[in-house]
Design a protein around this ligand. Structure first.
Ligand SMILES: Cc1cc2nc3c(=O)[nH]c(=O)nc-3n(C[C@H](O)[C@H](O)[C@H](O)COP(=O)(O)OP(=O)(O)OC[C@H]3O[C@@H](n4cnc5c(N)ncnc54)[C@H](O)[C@@H]3O)c2cc1C
Length: 422
């Protein structure tokens, strides 16, 4: 391992999913790292291991191969695409119900628009994600009996599916004007296509992340907040996650200058939410109550994170680099003094969204056993983010992939062992 990198035990080397290190072409990366160091935060080469274990600021690896996205399809399916005997991929096929026999064994799966259900020979593995997996199970009669009764679905197994829903929140209200990048390649597409280089080969500033414990969470064993900076060149801001008026207010700042939005992720919201069916119609989206910001401690943690960034902004690195905090004139700000506690509390209410990191709707423990098998059945497994019982201290994509890999291992072990009954 190179200097500053975590030991090999913290990095897999032989798996299907490839990652690539950050390329670091935005000068704001160094400015932010210097500002973090001014605050006494560790600035590390590798966030994955000792000595700080995911605390501090550093570049993250990207799930990429040869500078393009390494999706799960590329990593896992493309290598198996030649298999004719045990792999069939049916596109545009939505499972809407699992049919169980009297012994609560899954026997068939109903696909939307297909008249004949598909038979289950050995196991049915559900991997529809933390929203659609609980929806499918609930539609199939696996869930809290009371809720199923209310919706009008006969209960097959009474399990707390969808009773917990965990997500991260993102606060979008820390906006800075920053100098434009000096050297913009004239032909970024040509640069990428000929050498896999240039801005199109990176995710820009987002490859820098910071993880801290705020004042009131400093005794925690893990970070409570994650920072993720994003640069928007002039007139390019659009998030799609905020109200039109708030987007407009940020676009007004972005009219004459590049902006940096320091996204603040609340990693461990105090209250879990819930996921419930709206009706028996599989086409009806489920009802999600996220639980985000329902406890004042969450607002306090975000406010402490905002104050941390304000301090960073007041330091030498930001001012030398010409980076300036801008206060957004969002609806409801009224007479509030920019930068005051009431201003930020109102901003946290108006400028916070889901991070789209749902987990925990079919948690290991209450709903699944430790080998991802659905409790009370003999042949259903769940292999996605819904199995993760608690919010994570970082983004969930790779942990969700890891769950898929573990499920594959469990299945191999269960069906190839000496005493396998199948
Ligand atoms: C906008 C956005 C940005 C994100 N950014 C990041 C990020 O930067 N980093 C990160 O770590 N995570 C990120 N995430 C979260 C990450 O995508 C998820 O944690 C991860 O994809 C979860 O994997 P999964 O296998 O559980 O579910 P999914 O990836 O959602 O896979 C579920 C699959 O099942 C299919 N499906 C759904 N219902 C059915 C059905 N009834 N029948 C058949 N098939 C079905 C879906 O089409 C999908 O292909 C982001 C999510 C969103 C929405």
């Amino acid at each position: 391992m190179k200097d500053g990198w975590a030991p090999a035990s913290c990095h897999g080397v032989a798996g299907e999913l490839t990652v690539e290190p950050a390329l670091g072409i935005d000068p704001m990366k160094n400015v932010i790292k210097e500002a973090a160091a001014e605050m006494g935060c560790p600035v590390v080469t590798d966030l994955h291991g000792p000595p700080h274990y995911s605390l501090g600021f550093g570049d993250v690896h990207r799930t990429q191969r040869n500078s393009t996205r390494c999706s799960t399809a590329k990593a896992f399916l493309s290598v198996a695409s030649g298999r004719k005997d045990n792999l069939l991929i049916a596109r545009h096929s939505t499972a809407i119900k699992i049919i169980f026999d009297e012994s609560k064994k899954a026997v068939k799966v109903v696909i939307k628009g297909v008249s004949c259900p598909i038979g289950v020979r050995k196991e049915f593995v559900v991997a529809a994600g933390a929203v659609a997996t609980p929806q499918l199970l609930l539609l199939s009669g696996i869930g809290p009996a009371k809720h199923l009764d209310d919706v009008g679905i006969p209960t097959v197994i009474d399990l707390p599916v969808g009773v917990s829903f965990h997500d991260h929140a993102i606060f979008h209200g820390l906006v800075f004007s920053v100098p434009s990048l000096e050297e913009q390649p004239s032909d970024p597409f040509g640069q990428f296509l000929s050498g896999r280089k240039g801005p199109l080969s990176t995710i820009g500033l987002m490859e820098l992340m910071g993880f801290i414990k705020t004042e009131s969470t400093k005794e925690w064993p893990y970070p409570s907040v994650q920072f993720n900076p994003v640069r928007y060149p002039q007139k390019r801001f659009v998030s799609g996650l905020l109200s039109q008026e708030v987007e407009q207010a940020i676009q007004d700042i972005n009219k004459g200058t590049d902006i940096l939005v320091m996204m603040v992720f609340l990693l461990h919201p105090t209250n879990a939410g819930t996921l419930r069916l709206r009706s028996v119609d599989p086409g009806d989206l489920p009802v999600i109550e996220s639980g985000l910001l329902t406890d004042p401690r969450d607002t306090r943690t975000l406010l402490e994170a905002v104050r941390f960034v304000e301090k960073m902004a007041a330091g030498k690195s930001f001012s030398d680099a010409g980076v300036r905090l801008r206060y957004i004139n969002f609806p409801g700000v009224g007479h509030l003094v920019p930068g005051s506690t009431s201003y930020w509390e109102q901003a946290i209410k108006s400028l916070t969204s889901s991070a789209f990191h749902p987990v925990g709707t079919c948690p290991i423990g209450d709903v699944l056993d430790s080998r991802l098998r659905l409790k009370g059945t003999s042949n259903v497994r769940v292999a996605d983010a819904s199995a993760i019982p608690k919010p994570l201290s970082a983004n969930p994509n790779v942990p969700a992939i890891m769950i898929g890999e573990r499920a594959a291992q469990f299945i191999l072990e269960d069906y190839t062992s000496e005493d396998s009954k199948i």
